[in-house]
Write a protein of this length. Sequence first.
Length: 221
Amino acid sequence: MKQQSGNRLKQVFGAALLSSSMLFGSPAFASGTAQLKAFVSQVHAVRGDFTQQEVKTPNKNNGASASAMPAKSATASGTFMFARPSKFIWSYTNPYSQILQADGDKLYVYDKDLNQVTVRALGASPAAILFGSNDLEKNFTLRDAGEKGGIDWLELTPKAKDTQFETVGIGFKDGNLQAMELHDVFGNVTLLTFSNIQKNPPMKGDTFKFTVPKGADVIDG
């Protein structure tokens, strides 16, 4: 059962990336949408920790604020870093080891247990909201979703029809990114919460260059 939960978490956020501050500390933004736009335009690189939890929405119509009363399920955690545009390393460390890494052109998914690398093209996805360029409204429709528990939420709906996700919720508090929700077409919600954030840290030019581990099988996806 533990392995099945871990595999489900891999599939959910992995799908978000494949279908394709964070603390910015200015206070008193008027809305979640304004805070997201400020974050995208002024935070160019980030490193930090994340916790990922698979939850169920108690009511599908609740939208981005559904995380107020989540039903706890499988969890995972790890570290991440990104540099715009479209360069990131998303590394799961618990309860399994997996790396999703993008160099600005390709996405590499390395499964340590299988010693296997899957290579995909980058595209518009929930990951592009935080890691991509500042042309959010090209790929998503933005809507403020109100305040819940002291957090200002906004909801983004993909304009593409072939996505696995119906909406993406993002929560800010006083200009600081707090959480992200991925609402899939089956009514499931994956909740990401962020901590220990460093904004605009120095990064070497080759930080996001992916090197295939020795002996790993490479699959073009």
